[in-house]
Design a protein around this ligand. Structure first.
Ligand code: 26V
Length: 786
């Protein structure tokens, strides 16, 4: 793109959108104008891509969450315009970095599941894969977190406050959505998904809910102002706010409305497109279309799809079901029973009575099949789609789908052998594994340009950004002192940058020459931030006993949002912050260790944390973390994993070697063996260091401000049998961390471990994952517009 065009574009959009000249423009106005300039540049390619895709078989990713983060930097990188735009702005005395930092994160997701969807759409675009993402345009994304006096507080996320430059509202493609008690508009906002160095531009279509009419004129004339706009507010409530998923929140009527809202709009959109090509002939529908359900959240799509085919398109029920079974695929993202969605049939009946009838009919079809296969009634119960006055969404999704997949090897094995074993025995061929991945564009090329340049220098070109398996070719340098030295210099530079950012954001000063031990992810008991905290507290006591304790100076960094209603998670936030305070106030301990809890952990913060890390903490109870994807982001940034035998940790360590990571703790099969007579009290009474740290929860050493938080944590460990096996893993954790500290003394040895992680990380590219979905589930091929 010509430099002149960029400047002209910025000036033009500053004028028409904000009514200002460049010299008077605020940073957010420049951000908007620059974004629109780029958007303008790609619109033709975007339309051409959609046309090309529409001619062939297409895949649709249905997800209630997309945790996109910021768009500008990523889009510039992917378009190959980053350096150019940086120069142009520099000539205008504007720092691109500052403009990037002004952008609000699009935080339309909770955590891994939503971020995975974001990586997937980016990879699909990069690979020219005909995939469209469908989701919800929440006015408010995941809440913003503050830490006040060590407690988490929350406030609303208003990411749209400056207007959002990166989407186009498509008023002519509105869908009308009917609930039994209200009818609303689904307005599509199309977000361009720009792949890396390709002309193809994919689409993420986010639906916004609006009322059919802005207000009731007659009520308004009667001066009933509130009543006049109440229908509008009720409609807008549907896409107002993202639900935090990490809690047993099922049964919420608004959440069900959200799910139906975006499912119905997406089904109607797909069927409309089909009809423009094939009229009312649905015989080839599944040949041309496939839809992936990102967890059970969009599973009501199955019922809506059936309703449209049967009631509106006059397709026979049996044929419609056969088509649906070809059309849908289902991804499971957790084995936690509490997370499996079930909807009360009275709720479904109240909002969409016809869908309940369809659910019963599908249930009947399944029962017939099982009876024919000789299943007895007892066995059949577990398969039922409608049972106990509930619709079991996972059973519906498994029955009516072409494939069911888990998200890491261990996770898929647990689904097959335990959680969904009955289904696996019924349909062994439906089950597949698709180990998660991450996009190397955002998670290395964009967030760590220093390391990226170094890799490019070593490999001679940038091909690795599109084919991450090429990183393996770095292995030949694994004994090259100069290469290892440069790698560690880059790491130091990224740690300096992170330390500066933390100072600016948190007002906390950390030493970039200390060891950065990082645990960043949603706060949940199964992820065991509490175990990490107890370990640190033990370390504190050991330093008190022996001020010369031989460990490297270490900064423990945490970042995590706790679901607002999840009391124990909030207690853990406070506990970590109290430990931080205890250490800060201690002259001896604070010389050796420091704890920082960064507030409002989000995608853009993550982009600074992963590159500035020395150790990746992935310590979930074995069997509980389906995959994890943060673990892959650390690895790609040349950071060893300290983790349990869980989720993708296992594959990470397999790829880069056990000797280059720290894998410890009870395995799934160990837990199976001990779970019946596990007694945490034995550990508590027999291990003095365990007792010493656990007692701080109740002996007044640490203060929870009278909330009862800490006593509750104590009870979880001691009285409620420590469901996540913290105490059973405590000594193993300590031993493994001791090894980390020992190994870190040998700088070269450590650098080699970091480097091994980098060159072994290729397989965790989401490009690989998307290729597997494309080949093994969706049966789609690249369709390039070039
Ligand atoms: C939901 C719930 C709801 C009830 C209470 C506990 C609980 C805990 C977790 C969840 C998350 C459900 C789905 C999810 O986000 N899974 C995540 O998906 C990621 C992408 O596949 C994967 O890397 C994470 O390991 C997995 O937790």
């Amino acid at each position: 793109m010509e430099k002149k065009r960029i400047v002209e574009g910025i000036e033009r959009y500053l004028k028409v959108k904000h009514g200002v000249k460049l010299k008077d423009a605020k940073d957010y106005e420049i951000f908007n104008a620059l974004s629109l300039t780029i958007l303008e540049e790609i619109v033709d390619d975007w339309n051409e891509t959609s046309d090309t895709y529409n001619r062939g078989r297409m895949a649709y990713y249905l997800s209630a969450e997309y945790l996109m983060g910021r768009a500008l930097g990523n889009n510039l990188i992917n378009l190959g315009l980053y350096d150019e735009v940086k120069e142009v702005l520099a000539e205008l005395k504007i720092d691109l970095n500052r403009i990037e930092e002004i952008e609000e994160d699009a935080g339309l997701g909770n955590g891994g599941l939503g971020r995975l969807a974001a990586c997937f759409v980016e990879s699909a675009a990069t690979l020219n894969m005909p995939l469209v993402g469908y989701g919800i345009r929440y006015s408010n994304g995941l809440f913003k977190q503050n830490i006040e006096n060590g407690f988490q507080t929350e406030c609303e996320d208003t990411w749209l406050k400056f207007g959002e430059a990166w989407s186009i509202r498509k008023d002519d493609e509105i869908q009308i959505i009917k609930f039994s008690d209200m009818t609303v508009k689904a307005v599509p906002y199309d977000v361009p998904i720009i792949g890396y160095k390709t002309k193809n531009i994919n689409t993420l279509r986010l639906w916004q809910c609006e009322a059919l009419r802005e207000f009731d004129f007659n009520l308004f004339n009667n001066q009933q102002y509130i009543e006049a706009v109440s229908a509008r507010n009720k409609a807008e409530d549907i896409s107002r706010v993202l639900y935090p998923n990490d809690t047993a929140e099922a049964g919420k009527i608004l959440r069900l409305r959200q799910q139906y809202f975006f499912s119905s709009a997406s089904m109607k959109d797909i069927i409309k497109k089909h009809k423009t090509k094939f009229g009312s002939d649905f015989s080839e529908f599944a040949k041309n279309n496939v839809a992936q359900l990102n967890d059970t959240h969009p599973t009501i799509s199955i019922l809506e799809f059936m309703r449209i085919l049967v009631d509106e398109e006059n397709v026979e029920f049996v044929s419609a079901l056969a088509i649906a079974k070809e059309f849908f695929g289902y991804t499971n993202h957790t084995i936690l029973a509490e997370a499996l969605e079930k909807w009360d049939i009275r709720l479904i009946e109240r909002l969409f009575p016809r869908l309940l009838q369809i659910a019963y009919e599908i249930d009947d079809a399944l029962m017939n099949e099982l009876r024919q296969k000789g299943y007895d009634e007892g066995e059949i119960w577990n398969f039922r789609i409608v049972a106990n006055n509930q619709i079991r969404m996972a059973n519906l999704a498994i029955y009516v789908s072409r494939a069911v997949n888990g998200v890491a090897a261990l996770h898929t094995e647990i689904l097959k052998k335990v959680e969904l074993n009955n289904w696996y025995n019924l349909y062994p061929n439906k089950f597949q594994n698709k180990t998660n991945g991450i996009t190397p564009r955002r998670w290395l090329r964009l967030c760590n340009s220093e390391l990226s340049e170094f890799i490019t220098d070593l490999l001679g070109n940038e091909d690795w950004v599109k084919d991450l398996s090429l990183l393996k070719n770095l292995e030949e340098y694994s004994d090259d002192d100069q290469v290892l030295k440069t790698l560690m210099e880059i790491k130091r530079e990224k740690k300096v940058q992170l330390a500066e950012f933390i100072k600016q954001e948190e007002g906390i000063i950390i030493d970039p020459d200390s060891f950065f031990d990082i645990q960043i992810k949603r706060l949940h008991e199964y992820k065991r931030q509490l175990l990490n905290a107890l370990y640190i507290l033990d370390l504190y006591y050991r330093i008190k006993e022996n001020p010369d304790l031989d460990i490297p100076k270490t900064t423990f960094i945490f970042g995590a949002k706790a679901f607002p209603g999840y009391r124990r998670a909030k207690g853990i936030v406070k506990f970590i912050n109290e430990i931080a305070r205890l250490i800060d106030r201690d002259e001896q301990a604070s010389k050796k260790i420091k704890v920082v809890f960064v507030h409002n952990y989000r995608v853009s913060y993550a982009q600074k944390l992963f590159p500035g890390s020395d150790l990746s903490k992935q310590i979930s109870t074995a069997g509980k973390e389906a995959s994890g994807t943060g673990n892959m982001k650390f690895m790609l940034n040349a950071t060893p994993t300290f983790g349990t035998y869980d989720g993708a940790n296992i594959e990470i360590v397999e790829a880069s070697g056990e000797e280059n990571n720290y894998i410890f703790g009870l395995k799934v099969e160990d837990i199976e063996k001990i779970k019946h007579d596990y007694d945490p009290k034995e550990y508590y009474h027999q291990n003095e260091s365990i007792k010493r740290v656990v007692d701080t929860l109740i002996n007044g050493t640490l203060d929870d401000g009278g909330t009862g938080y800490f006593e509750d944590l104590y009870n979880a460990l001691i009285e409620e049998r420590d469901q996540y096996y913290l105490l059973a893993d405590f000594e193993l954790f300590k031993e493994a961390q001791g090894k980390v500290f020992e190994d870190y003394k040998d700088k070269k040895k450590w650098a080699k471990k970091c480097f091994a992680n980098l060159y072994s990380s290729g397989v965790f590219s989401s490009d690989r994952t998307i290729k597997q979905y494309s080949d093994e589930i969706w049966n789609i091929k690249p369709a390039s517009v070039e």
